[in-house]
Design a protein around this ligand. Sequence first.
Ligand SMILES: [Zn+2]
Length: 152
Amino acid sequence: MILKIEKIGLSLEAELLNKLLEIGKTHYQKEFGGFLIGYYSEDNRHLHITDTVLPKRYQASKYSFERSTEGIENEFTEFYTGTPIKIYIGEWHTHPNNSPIPSATDISAINTIINNKNTSIANPVLLIIGYSKNTVDFGFYVWFENNLYKYD
Ligand SMILES: [Zn+2]
């Protein structure tokens, strides 16, 4: 699967998407999510999303999801020392019985990521999985120069 906006191309395996959906569904009717891991192409124009790290600590409700990195720091390090070097590139979470449109909380969470000196990624990716019993809708977004862009 390859998505393109002018700024940054995005690619990931359908297998990973299905995995995230299945994990998310086990937390129905609450939201659930985690961290997206991947790597940039050499020219920095293309982002490959390859893995997820799941939080050990989080707070979730039907309409909110807040994760912590507590206790999973080593999992990020493992990716960072592999080949290719994979890094934290964004976040994903579900919207049970809802559309994959970022809430005000989601937007402010992205701002927190941008302003976090420890992570300092310029273009975090946000994946929202909106699903209900019979439907699923994936919303991919990337933060670029103070705006959130949606991939079609
Ligand atoms: Zn959300």
